[in-house]
Unconditional design. Structure first.
Length: 52
């Protein structure tokens, strides 16, 4: 919280960040290992394509 101008702005950022993270982050404990591996491979391929 020390990098924000005040505690209120820090709390606002963190609450927004948490909502976005929870909506888009893959929860590995909720999907099978096979599907998780496939999703990670697709994400790595997309990243490689974007940065090439």
């Amino acid at each position: 919280m020390q990098r924000f101008k005040n505690q209120s702005s820090g709390q606002h950022f963190l609450s927004t960040n948490d909502a976005v993270y929870n909506a888009f982050a893959v929860q590995p404990h909720l999907i099978s290992r096979c599907n998780l591996s496939r999703l990670r491979a697709e994400a790595n391929a997309a990243w490689a394509k974007a940065t090439a």
